[in-house]
Design a protein around this ligand. Structure first.
Ligand code: ADP
Ligand code: MG
Ligand code: ZN
Length: 500
C-alpha cells in the first residue's frame, strides 16, 4: 500500500469561520460576551421573533474590510446579504443571514512560511517561532460576513437537549481559500497566519482551541500529474492545529484506500473524532440550491465607497513580517529574536517602547527573550495579558547598566514590574536593593579592609596583583554584596596608589 500512497497528491482548501470581537451582535445590540448564563444576551431580533428587523453593525463591515485588505482582496463596492434557509433548533429564524452572491471581499492571497528553515527553540514560551524559510502563496476565493447560530447543549442523561441563543447573531467572517494547499503543514501554516492576522488587526481572539476560529478542511486526492481535482470531503470539528494535521493524514489515507479498492470517494461532510483519530460521515454534501438562497430583503445593501476603503486601509497596523524586518534592521536583532518578539503585537509594542525609552534595544531584547519569556512560561501567562509600563522596565535597564543594581536584584525588581508594574527606582530604595555607590561609605569600608591587612598591602606593592581580588572580595563582604563593583575597583586602586 505504501508505494501506491506515494503516487497520490493531497489537495486541500480551507473554509475558516472567525468570530469577531465586536461588543455587540451583527444585527442587534445584544452583547457578544462569552460565558454569560444561557439566554441572558438575547432579544427579539436574535431569537427570530416575528415582526423584528435586523440593523447591520457597521463595525462588522469595517472588520471584514480590514481583514479583506490585509489579504490583498478586491472589494465589492455594492455589498449585499443573502438568506440561507434551513431548519435546525439552534437557528430560531429558520434562516441564516449570510452572503452568497456578492461577498464583501474576493480574489485575495495569503503568503505562508514553510518549514525547513523555520526555527524552533525548545525554551520559547511561545510555540511557533519565526519563519525565514520557503514561502508559498495561497489564493483566497472570497471573504464574507454572516451571523452565528445558537448552541445546543445535550443533557448528560441523553434524553433532552437545551438551546442557548447567546451566540445567535454573533458576527462571523468566513474566509474561503482556493484548493491550493498540498499537505498538512501548509494547511497549518495557513491557519497560523490567519490567526496572526486576526490578532494583529484586533478583530478576533483567533483561537482554534476556544472556537473563536473554526476551520473546515476540504480534502481530495488525485494521482500525481493529474490535472483535474478529485472528489472532496469536508471535515468539521477540528479544535487544534494538531487535530488538523492528524485529520489530514487520516483522510488522505482513507480516500486512497477507497480508490485503490476501486471504490469512489463520496462528497460528504464528516466529523473528526480527535480522541479516536477517525472521522464519521454526518451528511452527504448539500449544494447551494438546497438552501434556497435569495437576496436578504430586510438588510439594505451596503455601498462601500473608495473613501471608506482607503480610510480602513490607512488604519491597518504594521504586520508581523514588517515588524520582524524592521527590528532586524533598526535594532540589529537576530531573525530569531525578531520572530519571537513579534508573535504577539502587544509583546512587540511593549518591547519596542522599552527599547526606545532605554536607548539599548539589544539589552531590552535580552530581558524580553530571557527573563520575560521565562516568567510567562512559569506563570502560564499569555503575552496579551502583560500590563507593565515600558517606562518602568526601561528605567530598570538603565539602572542596571549604570551599576546601580546588580543582576540578581535587577531580576527581582523585573519580576515585580511584570507582576505589579512597580516603579523600579523607588522600589529599589524601599527594598534596599540598590548597589552601594555612596563614595564616603565605600571609602570607609575600603580603608578598613586595607588597614586590617597591612601584610597583604605590602605584597600588592611588591607586585602581587592577585591580592587585589581579595580586597574587592572583602569589601563586597562588608557591604553584604551591595557595593557597586565598578566603584569599588576604582576606589581601591586610588587608595593603594596613594599608599605607595
Ligand atoms: P461549496 O460551494 O460547495 O461550499 P466551494 O467551491 O465553495 O464549495 O469550495 C469550498 C471549499 O472547498 C473551498 O475552500 C475550496 O478550495 C475547497 N475545494 C473545492 N473543491 C475541492 C477539491 N476537489 N479538493 C479539495 N478542496 C476543494
Ligand atoms: Mg462553501
Ligand atoms: Zn439580540
Amino acid at each position: 500500500m505504501q508505494e501506491e500512497e506515494k503516487q497520490y497528491e493531497t489537495v486541500i482548501g480551507l473554509e475558516v469561520h472567525v468570530e469577531l470581537s465586536t461588543k455587540t451582535k451583527i444585527f442587534c445590540g445584544c452583547s457578544t460576551r462569552f460565558g454569560a448564563p444561557p439566554n441572558t444576551q438575547t432579544c427579539p431580533v436574535c431569537t427570530g421573533m416575528p415582526g423584528t428587523l435586523p440593523v447591520l453593525n457597521r463595525q462588522v463591515v469595517e472588520y471584514a474590510l480590514a481583514l479583506g485588505l490585509a489579504l490583498h482582496c478586491e472589494v465589492n463596492r455594492y455589498c449585499r446579504f443573502d438568506r440561507k434557509n434551513y431548519f435546525y433548533p439552534d437557528n430560531p429564524q429558520n434562516y441564516q443571514i449570510s452572503q452568497l452572491y456578492l461577498p464583501v471581499c474576493y480574489n485575495g492571497e495569503i503568503e505562508i512560511a514553510l518549514a525547513g528553515e523555520r526555527e524552533e527553540k525548545e525554551n520559547s514560551a511561545l510555540p511557533e517561532a519565526a519563519g525565514t524559510g520557503r514561502k508559498k502563496k495561497i489564493r483566497i476565493h472570497e471573504l464574507h460576513m454572516e451571523e452565528d447560530a445558537g448552541k445546543l447543549v445535550h443533557e448528560e442523561n441523553g434524553d433532552s437537549s437545551l438551546v442557548d441563543y447567546n451566540r445567535s447573531g454573533v458576527p462571523l467572517i468566513e474566509i474561503v481559500s482556493e484548493p491550493d494547499m498540498r499537505n498538512a503543514e501548509e494547511a497549518v501554516a495557513y491557519l497560523e497566519k490567519l490567526c496572526m492576522l486576526c490578532r494583529y488587526l484586533g478583530i478576533s481572539d483567533g483561537k482554534l482551541q476556544e472556537g473563536s476560529l473554526r476551520a473546515d478542511v476540504n480534502l481530495s486526492v488525485r494521482k500525481a500529474g493529474c490535472r483535474t481535482l478529485g472528489t472532496r470531503t469536508e471535515m468539521k470539528n477540528l479544535n487544534s492545529f494538531r487535530a488538523v494535521s492528524r485529520a489530514v493524514a487520516e483522510e488522505r489515507r482513507r480516500q486512497i484506500a477507497l480508490l485503490e479498492e476501486g471504490k469512489k470517494v463520496i462528497q460528504e461532510t464528516r466529523r473528526w473524532d480527535d480522541a479516536k483519530g477517525v472521522s464519521y460521515s454526518i451528511r452527504s454534501k448539500e449544494d447551494a440550491e438546497d438552501y434556497r438562497y435569495f437576496p436578504e430583503p430586510d438588510v439594505p445593501p451596503v455601498v462601500i465607497s473608495e473613501k471608506w476603503t482607503e480610510e480602513i486601509r490607512g488604519r491597518l497596523p504594521e504586520f508581523r513580517e514588517e515588524k520582524e524586518a524592521r527590528y532586524q534592521k533598526e535594532f540589529g536583532l537576530s531573525a530569531y529574536d525578531a520572530g519571537v518578539l513579534t508573535q504577539s503585537k502587544h509583546l512587540a509594542e511593549l518591547f519596542e517602547e522599552t527599547a526606545v525609552l532605554c536607548g539599548k534595544p539589544k539589552k531590552a531584547a535580552n530581558w524580553f527573550m530571557g527573563e520575560l519569556l521565562r516568567l510567562l512560561k512559569e506563570k502560564g501567562m499569555e503575552p496579551e495579558k502583560l500590563m507593565f509600563s515600558p517606562k518602568h522596565l526601561a528605567d530598570l535597564i538603565t539602572a542596571a547598566e549604570q551599576g546601580k543594581i546588580n543582576q540578581a536584584n535587577a531580576q527581582k525588581v523585573f519580576a515585580e514590574i511584570v507582576e505589579r508594574d512597580v516603579e523600579p527606582l523607588s522600589y529599589m530604595k524601599e527594598q534596599r536593593l540598590e548597589s552601594l555607590s555612596d563614595e564616603g561609605m565605600l571609602r570607609l569600608a575600603a580603608e578598613e579592609v586595607l588597614a586590617g591587612n597591612p601584610g597583604l598591602v605590602a605584597e600588592f606593592h611588591a607586585g602581587k596583583e592577585k591580592v587585589f581580588g581579595f580586597f574587592v572580595g572583602q569589601i563586597m563582604k562588608k557591604t553584604r554584596g551591595m557595593a557597586d563593583p565598578g566603584k569599588v575597583n576604582a576606589l581601591l586602586r586610588q587608595l593603594l596608589m596613594r599608599g605607595e
